[in-house]
Design a protein around this ligand. Structure first.
Ligand code: TEU
Ligand code: CA
Length: 573
């Protein structure tokens, strides 16, 4: 649809360029490679492409460490390649959303190079510089200015020998946090954003945007039991000036421009905060990525000591978010991205020795996600049911977070096998293996040596194998996306979960005027029998089946019939 809320009926496809398509045989995906694959996106039917960062970068965190916001990294191509991609997408009726990484820059960004050059630098205050704690010797253990732990293990502070002071980095030491308290920083960021919008891009996905406002005194946090380092999140998540900064950004960058999409990545966000971010009257962002559902299986101290969810846990959490944003605000709907394990492995069932649940669980998860109220995101490869990587050696991993965790875990006494077990389920590299296009060498991703290994199940799971198979995961995604475009109730209708007498059955009703839709999905690997209240049952008794992931069951529109493992049905009335 058009209008200011056009993104409510849109589907966004995330490209992680490094792993999408290589065009020149260097083993790394690039912009010309993306241009070769636009038929796939057009046939899928997505409306928007979100590109993970392609800016000039030392690639310490695969581009989330930017050294020039207004140039393309040579590994991905040139500004001309970028303009050509943007023009191609627009010609096919798709929009392009850029990743905006402005909580931090690379330590090789000219701003930081200048800032670190002396305590008197005019850009000194653009970053968070602090002397060693209590006059201790800089560089000695515990002398860091506070006790915060980095997201990527170890202290969130790096000593700079030149001036003997430390700078703050919530992520890698090559990702120095910008000081948003300084108005010059904010003006420089807004000018850069306007430059991209003037070039024609259609919005931004804002990396960790709820971390940009810190409590300026940067106080020590409560240490975890038995550990020296602490989680500083209370002092940098949704900080004191966050909403002020977002509203200022909106005024300075977005006001008066139409057709854009803005989505904030907001780890740790609560439902009431999400309402504030996405209330249209407040002029902050259109939607946010919440993290609760992708944190349910994390261990208490580290995400890498994870557990398998019980059937029902995922649906209960997603329902909580549907209800919280029902009146005001808007949800983004995702199970995967470049930071998360593959959903069919994590939330579905891809064990081949357990029967054929790979296809049904991938499509059942897609059904319940895409038909909730909100804007769905498809992460590259999700549309063909790509799975976690079977990496068994530390040498297989590439991600800085994984490599740092492994080293820290071994140092704290874990065996290599224990550390690898953590990586196997939760490493971000699970989502970063190359897209499996076809049965040729390296799955058609590259003619060279891929920067990270191709999943060996590329002999089975590829775009080519599913392209013309009407029962494939890919065909099902196309149907779901087409359904959204055809039925306004999916974008605009209300959401109500129905009690099906079994937590593993995620059943919900969508209503818009006289249009009604019922979604029933068995999110478990066992047969389940729905037991609806008689009122619900009567409403849906004679309904028509619009879509099912079990070919052949279309003709049985009985909402009380037993559901096969991972069976999903969509009814309309
Ligand atoms: O991620 C921020 C974030 O909080 C996580 O998803 C992060 O990957 C996870 O907590 C680590 O356990 C964003 C980007 O999506 C991620 O790729 C970057 O590494 C990070 O910011 C820093 O820019
Ligand atoms: Ca390349």
């Amino acid at each position: 649809s058009t209008g200011p809320d056009w993104w409510k009926s849109a589907v966004v496809y995330q490209i992680y360029p490094r792993s999408f398509q290589d065009s020149n045989g260097d083993g790394i995906g690039d912009l010309p490679g993306i241009r070769q694959r636009l038929d796939h996106l057009e046939r899928l039917g997505v409306d928007v492409v979100w590109l993970s960062p392609i800016y000039r970068s030392p690639q310490a965190d695969n581009g989330y460490d930017i050294s020039d916001y207004q140039d393309i990294d040579p590994v991905f191509g040139t500004l001309d390649d970028f303009d050509a991609l943007l023009a191609d997408l627009h010609a096919r009726g798709m929009k392009l959303v850029m990743d905006l990484v402005v909580n931090h820059t690379s330590d090789e960004h000219p701003w930081f190079v200048e800032s670190r050059s002396s305590v008197d630098s005019p850009k000194r205050d653009w970053y968070w510089w602090r002397p060693a704690r209590d006059g201790r010797d800089p560089g000695t253990p515990g002398a860091e200015p506070n006790n915060w732990e980095s997201f990527f293990s170890g202290p969130a502070w790096q000593l700079d020998e030149a001036t003997g002071e430390y700078y703050l980095h919530l992520f890698d030491r090559k990702q120095a946090d910008l000081n948003w308290e300084n108005p010059e920083v904010r003006e420089a960021v807004y000018a850069m954003m306007r430059w991209w919008l003037d070039r024609g891009v259609d919005g931004f996905r804002m990396d960790v945007i709820n971390l940009i406002s810190k409590v300026p005194s940067l106080p020590d946090a409560e240490p975890l039991p038995g550990r020296a380092l602490a989680n500083g999140a209370p002092y940098y998540t949704s900080g004191p000036r966050l909403h002020e900064f977002l509203q200022e950004m909106h005024r300075e960058v977005f006001a008066g421009r139409d057709g854009l999409l803005t989505v904030g990545e907001t780890p740790g966000v609560t439902p009431p905060e999400a309402v504030l971010f996405t209330d249209p009257a407040r002029h902050e962002v259109d939607m946010v990525f919440q993290f609760e559902h992708v944190g349910l299986d994390h261990g208490p101290v580290t995400k890498f000591r994870s557990r398998r969810l019980e059937p029902g846990e995922l649906a209960a959490n997603l329902t909580r978010w549907q209800d919280a944003l029902a009146e005001t605000g808007w949800n983004s709907l995702y199970l995967e991205n470049h930071d998360q394990a593959r959903s069919v492995t994590r939330f579905g069932d891809d064990r081949t020795d357990h029967g054929a649940h790979w296809r049904t669980s991938a499509t059942a998860l897609a059904t319940m996600l895409h038909l909730q109220r909100g804007t769905p995101y498809v992460y590259q490869g999700q549309e063909i049911g790509m799975t976690n990587a079977p990496f068994a050696l530390i040498e297989d991993f590439r991600d800085v977070e994984s490599l740092n965790f492994y080293a820290a875990d071994i140092e704290s006494g874990s065996s290599p096998a224990e550390a690898l077990l953590g990586l196997a389920s939760m490493s971000r590299d699970n989502a970063r293996t190359p897209v499996q296009w076809d049965g040729s060498e390296n799955a058609g991703f590259t003619t060279g040596t891929p920067w990270i290994a191709v999943n060996p199940n590329a002999d089975r799971i590829t775009v080519a194998a599913q392209e013309d198979d009407p029962h494939s995961v890919l065909a099902y995604y196309r149907s779901l996306i087409a359904l959204r475009h055809a039925h306004p109730v999916i974008a605009d209708g209300s959401f109500e979960r129905l009690d099906a007498g079994d937590d593993a059955i995620f059943a919900f009703e969508r209503v818009l005027g006289d249009d009604r839709m019922l979604v029933v999905a068995n999110l478990s690997s066992d047969e389940r029998i729905p037991r609806f209240a008689s009122t619900a049952f009567e409403r849906w008794e004679d309904a028509e089946v619009l879509l099912t992931n079990l070919p052949g069951s279309e003709g049985a529109p009985d909402v009380a019939a037993p559901l096969a493992p991972w069976e999903a049905k969509v009814y309309s009335a």
